[in-house]
Design a binder for this molecule. Structure first.
Ligand code: ADP
Length: 624
């Protein structure tokens, strides 16, 4: 056998190990959950690989996870006959973390200082390293299915590890933990069984431990007799059992194993569908958003199985993006086992299964909104922004999603989004033509916008939209129950005949002023006109009906996209003292024009192009 080679861990791993060893003290037992879960994944992979290459799995081999201990050596070993790893894969998987998650994980651990946040470990996919919470040395031997070579990886978790050749009779991985002084509890058979029960009951593979020694005639254990392995979990897939046989606690544990969410789910939806298209779905709607809800690389929540055999994670074809927070399993009886992502995408049965799963989730949300408004409200504050994407993304279900939306409004006192479109339409005056909304960078900017002044005076409700996705939402949601959605910051206002007449009269009167202002502002504006929107502010900016509007342009720029820059219309409040006093003949008229324009932008929360110029002009006017 060749001499072991010493390798250094990637810096991040060393830091991570340091955190594991020094910062995480509680619930050390979860290392076992992580190891079993890795083994179970590895066995799933072997089974899957054997579908296309039968030589990778012989019929007489029972796939299982085996846990053994050695009290004298103070070691605990978890072995599996899963897919195994080649030497390169060991380096790649156990010595390097290519994932961007690591840094974030460490940040999260640091942020959570003092808090009991070990759930983060699983979420970030750094599970293996949790062994160093209980072991001061770890030896891993692995042999990849289909290869004869085995490798021994060893580390004390302190910056480096060694690799050496090894030999193993069968494919798989065996991990031996040399337990720390204070981790002796993990040698205890009873304690280990308890942990397996707690975390791995749902694992649909046998987890085996040595049974008790056989008894002699007098009923005493025979010391040196061979002990048999026995299965310590039930080993059946939870979703394959009938609903009435599964306890809430079991559902919750299974949910936790999928999500690492310490809280129970908001809803559990378990259905067996029979007939032409046979499948089982077990879906969970979480209460709390995971830290990485917005990370596009995050694995999606649905695992696909075919007749209990795991096929793939992250089956994006089973749940649309806007329901990416839904976790669960779909097990189809009809799909071919060698189904690929490409096939999934075009498979009609999968489309049907997905369609029904989406409907189940949306129906459940509708039910919660109706029966448990408070729960729905907290669901909305966690996932509302994501659900809003559905209106844009899923035309087929738009009508089911729209009533689930909640908004902030001028008719409520808080920034919390609590108003549904049904609430809105039920209290709108009969002659009101449209559902009014404003979009802005923040709730405060929306609420304080001068565009609302006339609406406030007329007591018309305006929805206050300030999530980035809202701009797309209102571009897809043209109407609700026959009422169109209309931005208060765009196009013309609906006016009564009297108002129109009054406006025309004033426009004639002040035509000279508006024309001169337009000259002074030049390229910055599309037009200058009088406004009936305003009661308190001197001026505001309005987008032309077909222009994207300032907020959308700002968001697109922030996303690094080209925003077609459209010019705003400056609207003046003819009754405001400042406007009344404006005189184009004044020497400082130019300053006034630009200050009015910049102030209009500022008052709706926008940025002004030349802040220094603005300050200079204000100072000149003040000094005068
Ligand atoms: P995660 O399981 O979340 O990917 P881990 O740190 O627990 O993160 O494991 C890293 C990788 O090491 C796994 O993705 C897998 O490829 C590999 N691995 C870990 N344990 C085993 C095992 N028992 N058999 C085969 N591969 C394994």
């Amino acid at each position: 056998m060749s001499k072991p080679e010493t390798h250094e861990f990637q810096t991040e791993i060393s830091q991570l190990l340091d955190l594991m060893i020094n910062s995480l003290y509680s619930q050390k037992e979860i290392f076992l959950r992580e190891l079993i879960s890795n083994s179970s994944d590895a066995i799933d992979k072997r089974r899957f690989a054997a579908l296309t290459d039968a030589s990778l799995l012989t019929d007489d081999e029972e796939l299982a996870v085996i846990i053994t201990t050695d009290a004298d050596a103070k070691t605990l070993t978890v072995s599996d006959n899963g897919i195994g790893m080649s030497r390169d894969e060991v380096i790649e998987n156990i010595g390097t973390i290519a994932r961007s998650g690591t840094r974030k994980f460490m940040q999260a651990i640091e942020d959570a200082k003092g808090k009991d946040d070990v759930n983060l470990i699983g979420q970030f996919g750094v599970g293996f390293y949790s062994v160093f919470m209980v072991a001061d040395k770890v030896s891993l031997t692995s042999r990849k299915a289909g290869s004869d070579a085995a490798v021994l990886w060893e580390s004390e978790g302190k910056g480096e590890y060694t690799l050496a050749d090894a030999s193993m009779d069968n494919a798989g991985t065996s991990i031996t933990l040399h337990l720390c002084e204070d981790a002796g509890e993990f040698l205890d058979d009873f304690r280990l069984r308890h942990i397996v029960n707690k975390y791995s009951e749902h694992i649909s593979l046998p987890i085996k431990m040595l049974g008790a020694a056989p008894l002699d005639d007098e009923g005493k254990p025979i010391e040196d007799a061979e002990r048999e392995f026995e299965t310590v979990n039930s080993g059946t897939a939870i979703w394959a059992r009938s609903k009435s046989e599964v306890s809430d606690e079991e559902y919750q544990q299974f949910y936790q194993s999928l999500s690492y969410d310490p809280e129970p789910p908001l809803s559990t939806l378990h259905h067996k569908v029979e007939g032409n298209l046979e499948y089982t779905s077990l879906l969970f709607i979480p209460k709390k958003a995971p830290f990485d809800l917005w990370n596009r690389e995050t694995r999606k929540g649905i695992k696909l199985y075919v007749r209990r055999i795991f096929i793939m994670d992250d089956a994006e074809h089973l749940m649309p993006n806007y329901l990416r927070f839904v976790k669960g399993v779909i097990d189809s009886a009809d799909l071919p086992l060698n189904v690929s992502r490409e096939i999934l995408q075009s498979d009609r049965d999968i489309q049907k299964i997905k369609g029904r799963a989406v409907k189940r989730v949306l129906d459940e949300l509708k039910r919660i909104a109706k029966d448990e408004p408070e729960s729905y409200q907290s669901f909305w504050s966690e996932f509302g922004q994501v659900l809003k994407e559905g209106v844009v993304e899923d035309m087929a279900n738009k009508d089911s999603i729209t009533p689930l939306l909640r908004f902030a409004s001028t008719h409520t006192d808080s920034s919390e989004q609590t108003v549904s479109l049904d609430d809105y339409t039920s209290r709108m005056p009969e002659d009101q033509e449209a559902i009014y909304f404003i979009t802005a960078e923040s709730y405060q900017a929306a609420k304080g916008s001068p565009h609302l002044e006339m609406f406030a005076k007329k007591d018309l409700e305006v929805l206050l939209l300030s999530d980035p996705v809202d701009e797309w939402l209102v571009n897809s949601l043209f109407e609700y129950e026959g009422k169109s959605l209309k931005s208060v910051a765009k196009g013309d206002l609906e006016l009564t005949d009297d108002e129109k007449q009054a406006q025309e009269d004033q426009e004639k009167e002040m035509a000279d002023l508006t024309a001169k202002l337009k000259d002074a502002l030049g390229d910055a504006v599309k037009d200058v006109r009088l406004s009936l929107r305003l009661t308190e502010s001197p001026a505001c900016l309005v987008a032309d009906s077909n222009d994207p509007g300032a907020n959308l342009e700002r968001i697109m720029k922030a996303m690094g996209q080209d925003a077609p820059e459209s010019k705003p219309i400056l609207e003046l409040n003819p009754d405001h003292a400042l406007i009344k006093k404006l005189d184009p003949a004044q020497g400082d008229f130019d300053d006034w024009a630009k200050v009015l324009f910049d102030q209009a932008a500022l008052s709706e929360g926008a940025q002004i192009k030349d802040p220094a110029g603005y300050v200079k002009r204000i100072n000149r006017l003040l000094a005068a």
